[in-house]
Design a protein around this ligand. Structure first.
Ligand SMILES: NC(=O)c1ccc[n+]([C@@H]2O[C@H](COP(=O)([O-])OP(=O)(O)OC[C@H]3O[C@@H](n4cnc5c(N)ncnc54)[C@H](OP(=O)(O)O)[C@@H]3O)[C@@H](O)[C@H]2O)c1
Length: 268
């Protein structure tokens, strides 16, 4: 028997047909690209946003060539009750959840010169929300005796400090609380991956480099470009391949890793 005939093909490995993915923050810039990528790979998508209306509106904007139905639920990472009710609603609406993309987060513009303790703690609470939602996914798939997959969205700023001269006088774009949040998410990924591997739940982190939105200060973007080995900023669509890789069987032997998609930012 030729065993190679039984090996999955590349298109089978990346195929998410029949899977349900919950993506938070998909009303935002990168989350929209993540949700689009998952639909294009064949998944049914449930979008989480702080308001159900925004989530449903983002889900309605997804273009699905196969005519699939996608859903929206309210999930606020800073509200434990909303995390539970949002996850339950997602499983009710779509029948189940197999993949979780922990992407949305509440921003805070204070930097290290002026942040107060309560604002710092509020930013860190986003990672509590990431954990609680991931644990709902883990418990749900274990109960179903199914496999689960969690992708945390980190940042290059969970791995390296920022260049002060890129922001000085222009923008508090890289607050100290954000650095603490994202570094913690990268490490939490490793911890959960180890504990949940035997439950059939993989946990990885996808860390974007610089993907400034269209309304980012032009001077800041100009300075950031000088810090990039590739000499340019990323486009949201350049995260789609890595996201589907981590969310699919294409990465079936990968867990606890942090995949940086940063144009080489952290390589020098
Ligand atoms: N853009 C970049 O350059 C970059 C670089 C590195 C990492 N990242 C990471 O990528 C992710 C997405 O970034 P982005 O640039 O797409 O941000 P964004 O456009 O600001 O979107 C963030 C989303 O988070 C949701 N959100 C806000 N507070 C929330 C809360 N308390 N609970 C649940 N959801 C909440 C918002 O949705 P609603 O208002 O609908 O609730 C919003 O759509 C973030 O984790 C960010 O740290 C981005």
């Amino acid at each position: 028997m030729n065993t190679s005939e039984q090996e999955p093909t590349i298109s089978e490995l990346f195929d998410l047909s029949g899977k349900v993915a919950l993506v938070t923050g998909a009303s935002g810039c990168l989350g929209r690209a993540f949700a689009t990528a998952l639909v294009e790979a064949g998944a049914t998508v449930v979008i989480g946003s702080r308001t159900k209306e925004r989530a449903e509106s983002a889900a309605a904007q997804l273009t699905d060539s196969k005519g699939g139905t996608h859903y929206g639920v309210a999930i606020d990472y800073l509200d434990e009750g909303s995390i539970q009710s949002g996850f339950e609603e997602a499983t009710r609406a779509a029948g189940r959840v197999d993949i979780l993309i922990n992407n949305g987060h509440e921003r805070d513009a204070h930097d290290l010169t002026n942040i107060e303790a309560q604002d710092f703690n509020r930013v860190l609470a986003n990672s509590t929300g990431y954990f609680l939602l991931a644990r709902h996914l883990r418990d749900h798939v274990v109960e179903r005796k199914a496999a689960g997959n969690v992708v945390m969205i980190g940042s290059m700023y969970g791995v390296v400090g920022s260049y002060p001269d890129a922001y000085e006088g222009v923008s508090p774009a890289s607050p100290v609380s954000y650095q603490a949040l994202k570094g913690g998410i990268v490490q939490m990924t490793r911890h959960l991956a180890v504990y949940w591997a035997k439950d059939g739940v993989r946990v990885n982190c996808l860390s974007p480099g610089p993907f400034p939105p269209d309304n980012a200060p032009a001077e800041m973007v100009k300075r950031l470009i000088t810090k990039s080995p590739m000499g340019r900023m990323g486009k949201p669509s350049e995260l789609k391949g890595s996201l589907v890789f981590l969310a699919s069987d294409a990465s079936s032997y990968v867990t606890g890793q942090n995949l940086l998609v940063d144009g080489g930012w952290t390589a020098w």
